[in-house]
Design a protein around this ligand. Structure first.
Ligand SMILES: *Cc1c(COP(=O)(O)O)cnc(C)c1O
Length: 485
């Protein structure tokens, strides 16, 4: 295979700024002043904070070098399953940084906020249309906070009917945050197993659904990258016992313009704007996890809500049954601007095409690597496909080692050891924004690593060799974090 994409040339070392500093160095030079010293100067010349003295070029090189140690979707393919690390068009950033939007203060009087409120209101309508739901809140700042919001809404709904109920059904293919969000709301998650096809069956749900169960949380497509084909019948079972269906829609990237969750029995769901609707993410945000509901849950939505009253958009707190507030002001507005721009610039046809391409790319990876790696469920997938290290057991090569070796080939590793239902899982999500050439390079890299596992296993076992940092001691990193650098 040809030269790998990863770093092969200059890898720059860089000490801490404190180690680089030299007394008396300065980032600027100004003519000697011709006015008397002011009392304020005392703070500057006396015992100030212990900052190193540096020249401008020291500082510029420092940060530029550090930036070359980073890896992001702007540097290469990032096939991290479940996370949808797709490329985000730069125009979205540009619109979000327009001064009128970036500089808008949330405490401005309403008449000076009309543009921002209109944008929020229209984005809510687009998301309602895409999901087939009736009302939306953009307040939650992440998918997991959206789930918590959804659980609070379910709790409030059941409470209004006389009893909050105590349990939630959570399939083994749900995202890990699902049972955690249910538990935060004091619900007891009741696990159900998926079948040998990797999806939920009506019978499995029938067995556990009862009058004390508030509902079910279904990740769809699930974390095996498979569509829950029985969702409609499952929703009927849950509804017949008075329960509600929560849809984890973080994987909407697979089904935009193709499936509307509101049409197949979902009562409440969240989206991840930072995954599907184009906001760079990873490393802590900001994100946005809107919650979309059917009309029977609308009275409980968080306040404030953006409503239109006599041609004016206003933020209304007038919602007596609301679960309250979840985020300061109205959530992460910058992310909303990017998503609004993404949706408007794509239009319905291209949103659908993005999902079709995401699914096509994942199925291409699945077909090309099937037999090279063990495929956990051999059936058409949605936006991601899940393999395991079963075929490499003979050489005692593990998923972790193959993932580390991928870095030597210039790729961010895929998600590993998740979902838990697959031993040694390798979960690959190429996304729609990778070209066939890029995906082929990734496939070649995986094939080459699988060959190395047979012929020169130490290369895989000792990987990464070419990276700045080699194999990390992950236990020490978690137990004794060094926060000083
Ligand atoms: C990413 C993800 C979440 C959690 O979203 P955050 O924004 O990281 O909190 C929940 N469910 C699924 C299926 C996801 O992929």
């Amino acid at each position: 295979m040809k030269e790998p994409l990863g770093m092969t040339g200059l890898v720059l070392n860089e000490p801490l700024l404190w180690e680089k500093g030299k007394r008396g160095r300065s980032g600027f030079s100004l003519p000697r002043r011709d006015v008397a010293p002011s009392p304020l100067d005392a703070g500057l010349t006396g015992e100030g904070p212990d900052f190193p003295d540096l020249s401008e070029v020291d500082v510029v090189r420092h940060y530029t070098r550090l930036s070359t140690w980073n890896f992001g979707v702007d540097t290469g393919m990032y096939p991290l399953g479940s996370c949808t690390m797709k490329y985000n068009p730069k125009t979205n950033e540009r619109q979000a940084s327009l001064p009128g939007l970036a500089g808008a203060h949330p405490l401005l009087p309403t008449n000076l906020q009309q543009g921002a409120l209109k944008l929020i209101s229209e984005l809510e309508q687009y998301l309602a249309e895409i999901t087939g739901m009736d009302a939306v809140t953009l307040q939650p700042a992440a998918g997991a906070q959206g789930e918590l919001t959804g659980m609070l809404l379910m709790h409030a709904y059941h409470q209004s009917k006389g009893s909050p109920r105590s349990k939630i059904i959570v399939p083994d293919t749900a995202h890990g945050t699902n049972p955690a969000s249910a538990a935060l709301c004091k619900y007891r998650p009741v696990p159900v197993k998926s079948n040998e096809q990797g999806i939920l069956t009506v019978d499995a749900v029938l067995e556990v659904m009862d009058d004390d169960t508030a509902g079910i949380m279904v990740t769809n497509p699930n974390t095996l990258g498979l569509f829950e084909e029985n969702i409609k019948e499952i929703a009927e079972v849950v509804h017949s016992k008075g329960g509600l269906v929560y849809g984890d829609g973080a994987n909407m990237n697979a089904v935009m313009g193709i499936v509307r969750m509101g049409d197949i029995g979902v009562d409440v769901m969240h989206l991840n704007l930072h995954k599907t609707f184009s906001t760079p993410h990873g490393g802590g945000g900001p994100g946005s996890g809107p919650v979309c509901v059917k009309s029977h849950l609308e009275p409980f939505l968080p306040v404030p809500r953006v409503i239109k009253k006599k041609d004016q958009y206003i933020l209304s707190d007038d919602l007596p049954d609301s679960i309250g507030k979840l985020h300061a002001f109205y959530g992460n507005f910058g992310v909303m601007v990017k998503s609004y721009n993404y949706i408007r610039s794509m239009g319905p046809e291209d949103l659908k095409k993005a999902s079709q391409l995401a699914v096509l790319n994942a199925n291409y990876v699945k077909e090309m690597l099937c037999g090279v790696l063990h495929l956990a469920y051999d059936r058409p997938c949605m936006h991601e496909c899940v393999f395991s290290d079963r075929f490499q057991k003979e050489q005692k090569i593990t998923t972790l080692e193959m993932a580390k070796r991928l870095m030597d080939y210039g790729f961010h590793p895929p998600t590993i050891y998740f979902p838990l239902v697959v031993n040694g899982a390798i979960m690959i999500e190429p996304t729609e924004t990778e070209s066939k050439e890029n995906i082929d390079e990734f496939i070649d890299a995986v094939k080459s690593i699988v060959n190395e596992a047979k012929e020169a296993p130490e290369l895989v076992r000792e990987a990464p060799k070419k990276c700045k940092a080699k194999r990390m001691d992950e236990t020490a990193a978690a137990r004794r974090p060094c926060l000083a650098g």
